[in-house]
Ligand binder design. Structure first.
Ligand code: EPU
Length: 422
């Protein structure tokens, strides 16, 4: 298994490009199931989760062409299966996103239940109840969600909590339903908005996306479209935390600062100097960070997907900070590993109290999930000496060539491939 070796202590300087957003690209690829025409997508990041999605779609009969320039064309004109098998779903929970489109267009789907994951249980009962409200006959059988419908019928659906992929799945189902659907308590994340924008280009009638009430008037069919995936706000935020911890002066091109309000505000509070244009962010840091408290929240609040990275910055702060995780029940897996680097963190339930230390010291640590991995890389960049981050396949799921981008910024980081490390 690959590892990253980081020699910390080098300030980051230079310019990199931000990739397309993983969590926008995943539902958008699944939206390709809603039409027999082609979707031409650009700014699709090169990530393992994207390859898994293309494999999953390929298994259903979708034709996908991936081009060198980060564009992908998908065509779902010859669907040969309506089943998402356990082997593919278990490696990537977002596979549940094929459920809504398959039931909406083909009136049938069999999708494996994802099961728990490192950050929490992550059930999908809201997806299932929402589809039932749209008239699907849906139940769980042998570990699979099995759904049938002649044509879905619009309904008012209020989810019990704000769910990002739940909103996306139900929106994709409702676009082909008969009549009007209203999604109340809908997720407002930019990735949900990006999906809605694509669906509108495909002929869907959607309004209210970006608010917590999305109104969808079903249409008979959708057509092909071209779409550019929005920039990844979590990738950009992770690089900003990295310069906060390692210090230096960086510019991020192809970013979307207007989707990053909460992160940028917290990083300014930590002492970073940040200036933004429409599609770029410049950030510099020349001192120890100030401690910042955070409480994760649905968009536009502080993203749970940025919690671990900001905690890495707080471990170096001049003072104590309090971090409360409200979205997932088990998203402090990085804490044990940060302690190995010399951080001082106490956890009490959903709250972590971080007492900043003047320095961290390199050690071997293990990545447990995607954002935890990024947090360990950030801490490693600031730590004295060598840090080895193991199990970085998590990182490869969601960050495009992170070590290359960090090397461009002057970091001393390299990948040890399976062979070199055994
Ligand atoms: N929930 C339920 N029942 C449901 C659906 C959700 O109890 O039917 C709970 C979850 O267990 C969680 C909360 O509701 O406690 C919010 O979960 P949500 O459904 O919003 O999460 P998700 O859609 O599965 C997406 C992102 C995650 C991100 C979360 C929260 C994608 C593919 N994934 O997950 O991204 O953390 O929203 O913003 O969009 C990541 O990229 O590292 C990542 C984990």
């Amino acid at each position: 298994m690959d590892k990253l070796r980081i020699v910390g202590g080098t300030p980051l300087r230079g310019e990199i490009s931000i990739s397309g957003a993983k969590n926008a690209a995943l539902p958008i690829l699944c939206a390709g199931l809603l039409t027999a025409d082609s979707l031409s997508l650009t700014n699709v990041p090169r990530l393992n989760d994207i390859s898994t999605t293309l494999r999953l779609l390929g298994n259903l009969g979708v034709r996908a062409e991936r081009h060198a320039d980060e564009s992908v064309t998908i065509t779902a004109d010859q669907i040969s299966s309506l089943e998402a098998p356990y082997d593919l779903v278990k490696t990537m929970r977002a596979s549940i996103l094929v459920l809504g489109p398959l039931v909406a267009r083909f009136g049938q789907a069999r999708v494996s239940l994802p099961g728990g994951c490192a950050i929490g249980q992550r059930p999908v009962e809201q997806h299932i109840q929402g589809l039932a409200a749209l008239g699907a006959d849906i139940h769980i059988e042998h570990g699979y969600v099995v759904a049938r419908a002649t044509r879905l019928k619009g309904a008012v659906i209020r989810t019990d909590m704000v769910t990002v992929t739940g909103t996306e799945n139900l929106m994709m189902a409702a676009v082909l339903a008969e009549g009007q659907t209203v999604l109340e308590n809908a997720a407002r994340e930019p990735e949900v908005v990006d999906l809605a924008e694509l669906l509108i280009k495909m002929g869907a009638r959607i309004s209210g996306h970006g608010s917590d009430r999305i109104v969808i008037d079903g249409v008979e069919s959708l057509h092909g479209a071209e779409h550019r995936i929005i920039p990844d706000r979590i990738e950009a935020g992770s690089f900003l935390c990295a310069v906060g911890a390692a210090r230096g002066d960086i510019t991020l091109r192809g970013a979307a600062p207007e989707t990053m309000g909460a992160t940028i505000a917290k990083l300014r509070e930590a002492g970073l100097e940040i200036t933004c244009g429409d599609d770029w962010i410049k950030a510099s840091m020349d001192k120890r960070p100030r401690p910042v408290d955070i409480r994760t929240h649905e968009y536009p609040g502080f993203a749970t997907d940025m919690q671990a990275q900001l905690m890495a910055l707080d471990t170096l702060a001049e003072g104590t900070s309090v971090i409360v995780e409200t979205i997932f029940e088990n998203r402090f897996m990085h804490v044990q590993e940060l302690l190995r680097l010399g951080a001082h963190i106490d956890i009490d339930g959903h709250t972590a109290v971080v007492r900043g230390a003047p320095r961290l010291s390199g050690a071997t640590v293990m990545a447990t999930d995607l954002r935890a991995s990024a947090s360990l890389v950030i801490a490693g960049l600031a730590a004295e000496g060598e840090t080895l981050v193991e199990r970085i396949y998590h990182l490869d799921r969601g960050y495009e060539r992170m070590e290359h981008k960090l090397r461009t910024l002057g970091a001393r980081i390299d990948r040890l491939t399976g062979k070199e490390t055994t």
